[in-house]
Design a protein around this ligand. Structure first.
Ligand code: TRP
Length: 334
């Protein structure tokens, strides 16, 4: 609890280009949470270096993501939007938590196994302890709820285990976080393989709509989306490609699947695809314009970065001090 509100924490990596799936599934819904929760949204650049990054690209993308948070409607005066690397308490708590996490637990993490297989030439210790840094992110702010996708559930479970283990030894130091279950965003699938999630790391550029794609590219990708040979527009599991297009259409227009099906009743897939393209352009074009506006105002973004890092640092260091005292580190002499 902070100022009578529950605390919500989430983080996103600035690696890869964000997709329409990231926006409709996460970012767009976060905007509605700031009244109810005290929200922290971190650009988790420290997690990014577990795989090799080009420094210039990383810096640029991190800033672009932070700007995008604001452009998407997250008010940076109400939501603490900051770079993980600007708050050194993340690294400090991660070290402590490393000493309360078992190798066996980390060995079981499916994301570690996947990433180790994908980056076989660079299986570094950071990749292995990645979930511990994530636990530190969450526990530093006495977080009550964490909105995460299914792929991060295992990490959240581990975070809870670490918190409970620590609390069992030292008393109530950490709030034990829960997964945020509220209105979840639309789950957007790949345009080329509707059995897979739309992903920023898909090798096929036609599979994903990127948030910064121009209007023509968006229209073209929608037109090329994989459908089926049934030829009837309906919303069913048997037509996953079509259902995905309808989901995108609904998420962009606020319509229900039933309304959408009625609207396109008796029409060909081409008409639907065109309408989906226009609906996506209708959402992304204004978003891109707000990003461009914000990018021009360097001083404003810089101020947000500085002030929110200070705000995050204030809360984080409170928890860190408590942890240091509990585990027996000597008080600092002031
Ligand atoms: N690991 C998360 C992901 O890749 C990002 C992340 C880092 C995160 N720290 C977090 C998400 C804390 C939620 C809470 O998606």
């Amino acid at each position: 609890m902070l100022d009578g509100k529950k605390v919500l924490f989430s983080g996103m990596q600035a690696t890869g280009n964000l997709t329409l799936g990231n926006y409709l599934g996460a970012l767009k819904n976060w905007v509605t949470l700031s009244d109810e929760y005290e929200c922290f949204y971190s650009v988790v650049d420290m997690h990014s270096i577990t795989v090799r990054q080009d420094p210039q690209v990383l810096r640029k993308r991190a800033r672009a993501l932070l700007t995008l948070y604001i452009a998407a409607g997250l008010d940076p005066e109400k939501n603490c939007i900051y770079y993980q690397s600007h708050v050194s308490a993340h690294a400090e708590l991660a070290w402590v938590l490393n000493c309360f996490t078992y190798m066996g637990e980390l060995n079981r993490m499916t994301q570690f196994k996947d990433k180790a297989a994908k980056h076989a030439d660079n299986i570094n210790a950071g990749l292995f302890t990645y979930p511990v840094l994530m636990a530190a992110d969450i526990l530093l702010y006495q977080t009550d709820v964490v909105p995460v996708g299914i792929d991060q559930m295992q990490h959240l479970e581990l975070t809870r285990d670490i918190a409970e283990r620590f609390n069992a030894i030292y008393g109530d130091v950490f709030t034990v976080p829960e997964a945020y279950i509220g209105k979840v965003g639309a789950k957007i699938m790949s345009l080329q393989d509707p059995s897979r999630k739309m992903s920023k790391s898909d090798e096929n550029p036609n599979a994903s709509i990127y948030l910064m794609d121009d209007a023509d590219t968006i229209r073209r990708k929608c037109k090329r989306a994989v459908t089926d040979s049934v030829g009837i527009i309906q919303y069913t599991d048997e037509q996953p490609g079509l259902r995905n297009l309808l989901d995108i259409y609904c998420a962009c227009t606020g319509k229900t699947p039933e309304e959408a099906v009625r609207e396109f009743d008796g029409q060909g897939y081409g008409v639907l695809k065109e309408a989906v393209g226009e609906a996506v352009v209708g959402v992304l074009d204004p978003l891109q314009k707000r990003v461009a506006e914000l990018e021009k105002d360097k001083a404003y973004i810089d101020r947000i970065i500085k002030e929110n890092a200070e705000k995050a640092g204030y809360f984080a260091s409170k928890t860190l001090r408590k942890v240091h005292r509990k585990i027996g580190f000597p008080d600092r002499i002031r």
